[in-house]
Unconditional design. Structure first.
Length: 73
């Protein structure tokens, strides 16, 4: 049985994974942009956001210790 902290981290991880997936949807909206430049800027921002999500997940796993990281992953 996981501790409440591990359960919270697991939920945070799931939400971050969901957000990462939702951000991928921007790639299917290319035709909706009036200018290619706007689309490229949006894709760049999405990439930065996804990188930040990955870094946060990695940091939580690293800082949480072995028992927390097991439940977190």
């Amino acid at each position: 049985m996981n501790t409440p902290a591990v359960n919270r981290l697991h939920l945070i991880g799931k939400l971050m994974d969901d957000l990462h997936g939702q951000l991928n949807q921007v790639y299917s909206l290319e035709e909706e942009f009036a200018e290619k430049r706007q689309f490229n800027e949006t894709v760049d921002m999405v990439g930065k956001a996804q990188n930040a999500i990955t870094r946060v997940r990695d940091a939580i796993g690293k800082k949480g210790g072995k028992s927390v990281a097991k439940g977190y992953k």
